[in-house]
Every structure is written in C-alpha cells, then in structure tokens.
Design a protein around this ligand. Structure first.
Ligand SMILES: [Zn+2]
Length: 399
C-alpha cells in the first residue's frame, strides 16, 4: 500500500514537472518522404489552406523537403497555469483578469483556499485587463507568449502605449483562431528614430538576423557557434560586459567566424529605470571590456528586455549607438519553453528581414541549442539566408 502511494506520488511529480505552464495551440510536424501538405492536413484534420497560412515562410507549398518542419495549427485549446509559491486564487484571478468564481468553476475547486504548488489550473478566458505598472513585455512574460504575437493579436502599433483598464486578447487561447499572417508590425520608435532604433530590415528579401543575448556562456555559446558554423549561418551576439572578461576566447571566436558582437550593458538593468550616469557607465564599461578583449569598439547595442523608451533611445543616440530590437521573440528566455515551442514561435511569425531574439545565457539554453539546427535548415531550404544585424540594417557594427 505504502509502495503504491509512493509510486503515485512520483508519477504525480513527473506529470507536474513535465507539463508546461501554458499549453501551445500549435504543434511541430517533421516532413517524411512522399508527404504533401494535403496529406499532412488530412493527418491532423486541418485544411491545406490553414497549413499554408500558418507556415507563411514556405517558398512553394507544393515542394516540401524531407525533415523540414511544418507547424500544425490547432484550435480549441485553453490556457493552463501552474500554481507557484505565493499564489492564491485571488492573485491568479488578478493575473489573468478573470473572476475567482470563473476560475473555481472551471477547475471544480471546492475550497478556494487550498491551492498547491504545481497544481494545474485551466484559465477560462482569453482576455487580460491591463493593470498599473504593466508593460507589454511583462504581460507577454506572464502568459508565456511573445511580445510580437501579443501586439499582433491586439493590433497594437505602439509597443510602449498600453493603458490601465485596456483589455488585451491573449494569443493562443480558446477563441483565438486567427493566425499571424505576414503582417508587418509597425514600431513607432523606428519611425521616430529611423537612424538609431531598428527592429527589422527593409530589403523585402528572405534574410534573417538571428541574435543571441546575455552571453558569452561557456557551455551554450560554443554549441551555438558550432551549429552556425556547420550551416554557414551568421548571427549577432549581444554581450554582457561582465561575461566578456570571463570568456575572452569565445568573443574572439565569434568575430573570427564572421559573427557580429554588440553591447548589452554590464549588469542587464532596465535602462528606463536608471540614471543617465548609470546608463553611460553600463555601456562604456562594456564597450571597454569588449575593446580590451577584441580590439573592436562596438556601436550597436540591445537594450536589456528590449526596454527602450524615447529617453533611453536619445541617451544611447548621444553615445553614438544604434539600438537593435527584434520583431520575432522565440520566448526561449522562459525556462519552460521547449525546442518545439521555439520552432513554433519563430516559424509562424517569420517574415522577410526578421530579427529574431534568442539567448545563449544565463540559464539552461539546451532548448535553444536543440531548436537551432532544424530552424536554420527549414528556413534555408525555403530560401532564407542568415546574416548579421549590421549587414541587414546596413549600419556600422564598430567604430
Ligand atoms: Zn538580455
């Protein structure tokens, strides 16, 4: 009896550990010999048209390559949330902008006070009401969706302007059957500061700029560099100054293998919340470390969290830096994101001249490393090449 109980407990733990906090609408299919889109659609119960819409990166829907990835759209899925330490039903209801009653009903909770850590709750809503202090980034993080997907879903043109009380639709939830097409997201910061702030290219050609933030990392960076080398793909690494000193040989390997390095500050602060003196020292200290290691002086940077408002952009402009944001967020910064989810997040959103946000540090990036070869191969075979951000944007990476 005791043994059975133990087994049940272990089985339960295993389930909890492997169920992600949020379920994703889509799934990954790998093409086998002889398969057509029609056949794949039949297999999953979706139409060829739905497949084409969900895989707008396909160069020719009639020519699939063996082992390439196709993202299968799925409807009728609901958002799930895993209870964390310190959560109460009230806090969760606030988080998702749904009533406690609705949560209790959807999960048949008899006692609202007894939630346990790891418990899976179904969230019976696809909307969220903006609270004071919220940013689009924070909301995206809360729901485990990309900022790009969230902005697209709600037709937001300005990522900095959401207002308290605004109701946002969370992508990937129940009533959302609309798929991101090849719609181009507008960023007013790029319009206001066309020579300083960039989030995508404008050549209308099949070029992708992969970017890796927060490194270099002694484990994941070499693995990523090996994959890029094997596929002859170039990328951009936004480095933390504090880590540059620890991994000088990796910095030089990046440069030697044709990648671009950029500045990502020293301690990764939200630059909107620091003084000008601190901002300048974060950039300059990192610039100096990179210069000492590589002999190069950086002139492109990425703001930590992408948190750059007009004031931050103007301060960086004064330092003669170009600010490089992104238009595709792989969400690999979330610990729970799997390699399949990275493929889904990228392939369903990718457009010409996309800048893709990825990470080679500081946590476990094995999902990123696993996703990368399939991502590159699938896009390569559909006519995409991988270049550095400075090449895509035609800006100087170094001065
Ligand atoms: Zn970062």
């Amino acid at each position: 009896m005791k043994k059975l109980f133990k087994i049940l407990i272990i089985a339960f733990m295993v389930c909890v550990l492997f169920i992600p906090s949020f379920s994703y609408a889509d799934q990954v299919h790998r093409v086998t010999p002889g398969e057509s889109l029609y056949r794949i659609g039949e297999k999953y119960g979706v139409t060829t048209n739905e497949l084409i819409q969900n895989n707008s990166f396909l160069k020719s829907p009639n020519t699939l390559f063996v082992n390439q990835v196709i993202i299968i759209p799925e409807t009728g899925q609901s958002v799930t949330y895993r209870v964390q330490a310190g959560d109460s039903l009230y806090r969760i209801s606030q988080k998702f902008g749904v009533s406690m009653e609705a949560l209790a009903q959807a999960n048949r909770l008899k006692n609202w006070d007894t939630l346990y850590i790891g418990q899976i709750l179904y969230v019976p809503s696809d909307s969220y009401t903006v609270k004071p202090g919220d940013t689009l980034y924070l909301i995206a993080q809360k729901f485990g969706v990309s900022v790009t997907a969230l902005a697209k879903e709600n037709n937001l043109n300005n990522l900095d302007y959401i207002y308290v009380g605004q109701v946002l639709t969370i992508p990937g939830s129940k009533s959302n059957t609309q798929k991101p097409g090849s719609g181009v997201l507008v960023d007013p910061r790029a319009e206001k500061y066309p020579d300083t702030f960039y989030f995508k290219g404008s050549s209308n050609s099949r070029r992708i700029a992969l970017t890796f933030d927060d490194g270099p990392d002694e484990i994941y960076t070499p693995a990523i560099l090996d994959i890029l080398k094997a596929h002859n793909a170039k990328a951009t690494f936004f480095l933390l100054g504090s880590k540059v000193k620890e991994q000088p040989e990796l910095v030089n390997r990046m440069i030697k293998e044709g990648h671009t390095i950029g500045n990502h500050t020293w301690t990764h602060p939200d630059l909107r919340k620091v003084t000008n003196e601190r901002l300048v020292s974060e950039i300059k200290q990192t610039e100096k470390a990179i210069m000492e290691v590589s002999g190069l002086t950086t002139s492109i940077m990425r703001a930590p969290y992408g948190a750059a408002n007009e004031s931050v952009i103007e301060q960086l402009q004064d330092l003669n830096y170009k600010v490089i944001d992104w238009n595709i967020d792989t969400a690999d910064w979330r610990a729970e994101t799997t390699s399949d989810e990275i493929l889904i997040n990228t392939l369903t959103n990718v457009t010409e001249d996309s800048i893709v946000l990825m990470h080679d540090s500081p946590a476990d990036r094995s999902a990123t490393v696993r996703a990368l070869p399939e991502l590159i191969t699938t896009l390569n075979r559909n006519g995409y090449t991988f270049i550095t951000t400075d090449e895509m944007l035609d800006v100087q990476a170094y001065r």
